[in-house]
Ligand binder design. Structure first.
Ligand SMILES: Nc1ncnc2c1ncn2[C@@H]1O[C@H](COP(=O)(O)OP(=O)(O)OP(=O)(O)O)[C@@H](O)[C@H]1O
Length: 320
């Protein structure tokens, strides 16, 4: 049996008559990154709050184990094993970065010397040593987010929940944060993150769960998810209408756009498929002005799975 850091069966939660989570299963192997991806209001934060014991799951929820501990019977042990960084920072702006860290060390009952050592180490690691004695309110968004994660790490959690860790950060800070998350996992920590950014899930996650309408509409690695949607094609553009017409008759299975003088050929984008297109063009003596390859990306998957809210069940049937 794989060592699961997080195992949740049939997560349910409703607010009044609004069902937010309608039986979500999650299985996250230790030492991996799992991304919960979903549009606004999909229930990502709700799932994180339940798994981190901040709110209770609704009736009908099955077993939930985090770090091997049963969430229902041993929430204290779960809390000791995890760290949570939410969308709203735990950083106190009135005190310095260092003081924020020392406060966390106190909360975790570290001795004074251990607290100082851990604080210094983490501030250094997160590139905050220089700013350590400045009030946190003077920090940039990226620095605050790094301090927030550093504070989460004071207790040495083995499982970390990151709720939208890079929302609102500029591209450079986002890349820094990705580096930090990768480093955590290389130390054996398990990360469950929520994100609205497909690129982030693609970059970081071993597995991605697409949350939609209260259920996981699809789950897999980024590559597996991309294979779920059709849409790979080669696009050829022409400036000469005669060349365009010859290409349409020389190639099979094409969809042409007579006005734009462009045509699309379904293709998996492989070298072999491209060569076959080029060979056919060559042997017909046709030269295209532009050739582009489009392979499905996570955007295509996301839109395919989350855009048809008006057609119940369709997304699930399409992928399962
Ligand atoms: N305490 C609450 N009372 C009533 N409704 C709530 C409560 N908390 C969340 N909701 C509703 O549950 C739904 C899911 O919210 P949640 O915050 O989990 O979504 P999310 O996927 O994290 O979205 P976002 O990306 O916007 O943060 C939303 O429609 C929200 O309005």
């Amino acid at each position: 049996m794989t060592d699961l850091a997080i195992a949740a069966y049939g997560l349910r939660k409703s607010y009044g008559d609004k069902t937010v989570l309608d039986g979500v299963d999650l299985a996250v192997p230790a030492g991996t990154i799992y991304a919960l991806l979903g549009p606004n209001g999909a229930g990502k934060t709700t799932a994180v709050k339940i798994l981190s014991t901040l709110i209770t799951a609704g009736p009908g929820t099955g077993d939930i184990r985090v770090g091997g501990h049963d969430l229902a019977t041993d929430p204290q042990a779960v809390r000791a094993a995890i760290g949570v960084t939410g969308q709203f920072s735990a950083v106190d702006g009135l005190i310095t970065g260092e003081e924020n860290m020392l406060l966390m060390a106190d909360l975790h009952h570290l001795s004074r010397s251990e607290g100082r050592r851990t604080t210094a180490e983490l501030l250094e690691r997160f590139d905050l040593a220089e700013a350590a004695k400045k009030p946190a309110s003077t920090y940039s968004g990226g620095m605050k987010r790094r301090l927030d994660i550093a504070m989460t790490l004071v207790g040495g959690p083995r499982i970390i929940f990151l709720d939208e860790p890079t929302t609102g950060l500029d591209p450079r800070s986002r890349h820094t944060m990705w580096g930090i998350i990768r480093e955590l996992v290389s130390d054996g920590v398990t990360v469950l993150l929520t994100t609205q950014y497909l690129e982030e899930a693609d970059e970081l996650a071993d597995r991605i769960g697409v949350l939609n309408n209260g259920t996981i509409a699809a789950e897999g690695s980024a590559d597996e998810l991309k294979r779920l949607v059709p849409g790979g094609h080669v696009r050829l553009r022409f400036t000469d209408p005669a060349a365009y017409r010859s290409a349409v008759s020389a190639l099979r299975d094409v969809t042409g756009d007579d006005e734009a003088l462009s045509l699309q050929i379904p293709s998996d984008g492989s070298q072999r498929a491209l060569r076959s297109v080029l060979d056919r063009l060559d042997s017909a003596g046709i030269e295209a002005d532009e050739l582009t390859v489009h392979t499905p990306d996570l955007d295509d998957v996301f839109f395919a799975l989350t855009s048809s809210a008006d057609i119940p069940d369709q997304p699930k049937e399409a992928v399962r």
